[in-house]
Design a protein around this ligand. Structure first.
Ligand code: NOJ
Length: 488
């Protein structure tokens, strides 16, 4: 009844507003009625939900030639004219290598409970393998200690795309099994030295990006467009490297160390939420991710993927598959945009529905707005592979982020994006999907790969000339979410 009354009142109000009328008694009446409505639902997250934020080494650290670090494939790529917008490089980036203490204070002010950073392989093993460089690892010792001293849990990623250039030069990087083996050794070494304090380790970040963009399309480092046979082999070596790293971390990590990965799986979002389209979206998610997450979780390549590769399929041994599917403690998912799927009568049972030209996206043209992806992503992962611990290891958006006359950045588009996505994440946890934490990408603006510094993803605006960090409006929004443990 109250609901009907208020609806009628709002309809009248809307009509009055449309006529440009000002009707004060009517507004007062609406206020009285609103007061009788139940309070809005708190949309809260479970107690202990882990709110965090994330960055990656090459995107923020700078200091590329300090303390024994040697070049990675991203140093080489960004220094090749024409590869990155405005020929930007990560030479200085956010100078986080020197400013990490201040950056930890930014995190503290947000109230985050966890921070996901990545370790630069070429700091720890400058040549990819061989002798470790203690000074390189020391930076992460200092960072981890600083985080813990400020009550922030460290979550470390071992590979966020900065492959030592030496490995690319020696055997073609991920084209070679040597890289997978070297990755395992590097993982074991880091686990040995950091897992007394770092309890969560991610092996590899986003196969779906660095492998496809770097070795197939050539728009990311190392900038290759490999023929199919070599490319499928590189994909296989990548998941093998992940499996070897999982085993090495188990062998060298302290008891209680948890290991997983951070994958940008393609998430099938049902075009309509009914049984047939939901089933199709689930099938699509398993099928489209066959080369990465599916083989990691299931220990075999799907028949459909083997058929797609045909004569170009890589050499695969039963032992490889066992290593690749070494059991994980959790799955991390980087989730930004939806892939819409419908049921189809064809053999696969699904069809991907391309976005029409009018479909809305954020300022990055690839970043289509689709909050439901944050519901369906973890839902599919839990259902398809019976995963009991899921993290959203990245979610966030770029924005034009132009400072206003008062110097502040009012990024209402980012807040709109986050509020809608977090509402869907809350829906997932309320349904019992075991999502344990969320890492917002990113703590601060940084080197956005081939887009250089043109696309800003941070909660903090970085003035690259002065390295000054300024919290954007979205930082205040996120602080509110964390304080309430609920969508704000
Ligand atoms: C995913 C990548 O892991 C991260 O490095 C990148 O900056 C964000 N997506 C935004 O594109």
């Amino acid at each position: 009844m109250t609901d009907q009354l208020s609806r009628r009142t709002f309809a009248k109000l809307a009509g009055a507003a449309a006529l440009g009328a000002s009707n004060i008694p009517l507004v007062a009446q609406a206020q009285v009625e609103a007061a009788t409505l139940p309070p809005p639902s708190p949309r809260s997250f479970p107690t202990g939900f882990l709110w965090g934020t994330a960055t990656a080494s090459y995107q923020v650290e700078g200091a590329v030639a300090e303390d024994g670090r040697l070049p990675s494939i991203w140093d080489t790529f960004s220094h090749t004219p024409g590869k990155v917008a405005k020929n930007a490089t990560g030479d200085v980036a956010d100078d986080h290598y020197h400013r990490y203490k201040g950056d930890v204070q930014l995190m503290k002010a947000l109230g985050v409970k966890a921070y996901r950073f990545s370790i630069a392989w070429p700091r720890v093993f400058p040549n990819g393998s061989g002798a470790p460089n203690a000074k390189g690892l020391d930076f992460y010792n200092r960072l981890v200690d600083e985080l813990l001293a400020n009550g922030i849990q460290p979550f470390a990623t071992l590979y966020h795309w900065d492959l030592p250039q030496a490995l690319q030069d020696r055997g073609g990087g991920w084209e070679s099994r040597e890289t997978a083996e070297a990755f395992g050794k590097y993982a074991g070494y880091v686990a040995q030295h950091l897992t007394d304090r770092v309890k969560h380790i991610f092996t590899i970040n986003e196969f779906g990006a660095f492998m496809e963009l770097g070795y197939n399309i050539g728009v990311h480092a190392p900038g290759l467009k490999l023929p199919p046979k070599r490319f499928y082999q590189a994909r296989h070596n990548g998941v093998l490297g992940h499996g070897l790293a999982v085993q090495a971390i188990r062998a060298s990590g302290k008891p209680g160390t948890k290991v997983g990965l951070a994958e940008n799986l393609v998430v099938g979002v049902p075009v309509i939420e009914n049984a047939e389209h939901i089933a199709a979206a689930e099938k699509a998610t398993r099928d489209i991710n066959a080369q990465y997450l599916t083989v990691i979780m299931e220990g075999k390549y799907t028949d459909a993927y083997i058929a797609r590769m045909g004569a170009n399929a890589p050499r695969v041994t039963a032992d490889d598959l066992k290593i690749i599917s070494s059991p994980l403690d959790f799955v991390g998912t980087n989730i930004y945009q939806p892939t819409f799927v419908r049921a189809d009568a064809g053999p696969s049972g699904y069809a991907v529905v391309p976005n029409p030209p009018s479909y809305p996206h954020m300022i990055s043209p690839w970043l289509f707005m689709g909050p439901e992806v944050l519901y369906w992503g973890p839902h599919h992962v839990a259902k398809l592979w019976n995963v009991k611990e899921i993290y959203i290891t990245e979610n966030g958006t770029s924005s034009s982020d132009v400072p206003a006359a008062d110097g502040k950045v009012y990024d209402t588009d980012r807040i709109m994006y986050l509020r809608n996505y977090l509402s869907q994440l809350q829906r997932a946890v309320a349904d019992g999907v075991p999502v344990k934490g969320y890492f917002l990408w990113s703590l601060m603006d940084n080197f956005e790969w081939a887009d250089g510094y043109e696309n800003r993803f941070g909660l903090h605006y970085v003035d690259y000339a002065t390295q000054r960090r300024t919290p954007k409006l979205s930082a205040a929004f996120y602080r509110e979410v964390i304080a309430r443990n609920a969508v704000a």
